[in-house]
Every structure is written in C-alpha cells, then in structure tokens.
Design a protein around this ligand. Structure first.
Ligand code: HEM
Ligand code: HEM
Length: 215
C-alpha cells in the first residue's frame, strides 16, 4: 500500500488510523455505493443490478481477506464482536465520555459485522436466484431473447421448474436482507455523526481522503 497509515498509540493515547488504509476506503465507499444503487436506484434483477452485485461480492471478499492479512487496525482481531464492550461503549457515549479505540469502537464493530453478514446473505441469495450465471451470460440471454431467439433460455426453464421454491425463498430472503441492510446503514451513519460529535473529531474525513487530519 502506497502510504503509511498512522494508527495505534499516539502521544500515549490509543487512536484509530488517520487515514484508514486505501483498501478499507475503497471497499467502504464501493460497498456503500453498491448498496444504495441496488437497494434504491436501479432495476431489481436487471443486468446493471447483477453487475453491481458481482462487483460488491468482489469488494466484500477483498475486505474479508484484508481482515486476516491487512494492517493491525484492519484485522478482525482489532475489532472483535463483543456485545458487553459494545454496551459499555454506548453507556460511556450517553454519559458524554466515549473512549478512543485503535480500530472501530465495540458498538461500531457489531454494526460492521451485521452489515457484512446482511451483504453476504444478499449476495448468496442473489446468486441462487440467478443460478450463478455471470452478468455477461445474463446480458447475452437478454439480447438473444430480444432478437427472438429463445433457445438459450430453454435449458434453464426446466431447472427453474424444479428449483422454483428455492428461488422464491431466496427472493424473499434477498429482499428482507437488503431492506435490513438499508436500515442498518442509516443507523450506522447516525452513529458516525453522534460519535464524531462526542469525540469532537470528524470520523468521516479519515474514511474519505486522509488529507487534513480529522482531529
Ligand atoms: C448490494 C447488494 C444488493 C442489494 C442491496 C440488492 C437489492 C435488491 C432488492 C431490494 C431487490 C427487490 C426485491 C423485491 O422487491 O422482490 C432485488 C431483486 C433482485 N436481485 Fe438484488 N440486490 C443486491 C445484490 C444482488 C446480486 C449479487 C444478485 C445476483 C447475483 C442480485 C439479483 C437480484 C435479482 C435476480 C432480483 C429480482 C428478484 C425478482 O425477480 O423478484 N442482487 N435486489
Ligand atoms: C449503504 C451505506 C453504507 C454502508 C453499507 C457502510 C458500511 C460500513 C462498513 C462495513 C464499515 C467498516 C469499514 C471497514 O472496516 O472496512 C464502515 C465504516 C465507516 N463508515 Fe460506513 N457505510 C455506509 C455509508 C456511510 C456513510 C454515508 C458515511 C459517512 C457519512 C460512512 C462513514 C463511515 C465511517 C466514518 C466509518 C469508520 C467508522 C470508525 O471510525 O470506526 N459510512 N461503514
């Protein structure tokens, strides 16, 4: 990675990285854009939707691998899921005395895992619904049908009859997990705003550019 990431202990105090490393920033904003686009903007199940869906799968996979091999603050070990610590962080926040952490704070960490888990459900169910076909194959099929050639669809039609129930269940789950993710994302953004005010530090800037310190 091009630039060193400042993190860990600074002047004796624990601090999160400023900026976050480039892979975290790219995967974060890529995932956020994809979720908003597929959840709210494009045609559900359309070719663009599936292209973005495959891109988001790649971003999620990259981030999860980074959670094992990345720098200390990117690793899962830096922000373990710990409901007790999350609760005590929220109590400190309400009292106006939240503590700094070297990575995501414990409440933020639970949110991050919930977002990733919902995204994993959405992508797996999306793959089930589309029979694992790549966006290229789907686009080719649509083009063939538009040109009056239905032969490409003939093979998958029989399969669809057999797997109709599974695909329907996957569709329900897909919609439910996508909606849950949008709600979680709104709570996540509200959490970032509240935490930024409590810490008197702009938490968004290190996630965007890193130029001009967030503190
Ligand atoms: C960021 C990830 C995604 C989000 C937020 C998302 C969201 C949604 C939503 C809200 C719907 C409408 C559900 C309904 O009203 O029935 C939908 C439909 C659909 N999605 Fe996704 N999706 C994502 C990823 C994917 C992926 C990865 C695939 C496939 C590889 C996929 C394939 C589909 C299909 C085929 C439908 C149409 C289902 C139907 O015909 O009822 N999606 N998606
Ligand atoms: C659908 C929209 C969004 C999703 C799904 C999302 C998801 C996530 C995830 C998964 C992380 C963990 C990053 C990592 O460790 O790789 C994260 C962190 C973060 N997100 Fe978002 N995000 C969204 C929108 C936003 C927006 C709009 C903002 C800015 C206002 C934002 C600001 C942040 C910040 C500042 C962090 C780091 C928090 C910390 O300091 O611990 N996010 N987000």
């Amino acid at each position: 990675m091009a630039r060193p990431v400042a993190s860990g202990r600074r002047g004796g105090a624990v601090a999160p990285p400023d900026p976050w490393d480039p892979l975290i920033r790219i995967t974060h904003w890529g995932i956020a854009l994809a979720v908003v686009s597929n959840g709210l903007l494009n045609k559900p199940g359309g070719t663009v939707h599936v292209w973005i869906g495959w891109a988001v799968m790649a971003l999620l996979a990259m981030r999860l691998i980074w959670g094992v091999i990345g720098p200390a603050e990117a690793r899962f070990s830096a922000f373990p899921p710990d409901p007790r610590a999350a609760m005590s962080h929220l109590v400190d926040l309400v009292r106006g005395r939240p503590r700094e952490h070297m990575s995501h704070n414990p409440a933020g960490a639970l949110m991050v895992y919930a977002l990733w888990a919902s995204l994993a459900v959405v992508t797996v169910t999306g793959l089930i619904m589309t029979d694992g076909q790549s966006p290229v194959t789907i686009a080719e099929q649509k083009a063939a049908v538009a040109a009056g050639d239905w032969s490409m669809l003939a093979k998958s039609a029989g399969k669809e009859d057999d797997e109709g129930g599974l695909s329907e269940a996957a569709g329900e789950l897909h919609e439910g997990a996508a909606n849950l993710m949008l709600i979680l994302a709104m709570i996540h953004v509200a959490g970032v705003v509240v935490e930024s005010r409590a810490l008197r530090r702009n938490l968004v800037r290190p996630m965007v550019t890193g130029r001009g310190k967030g503190r």
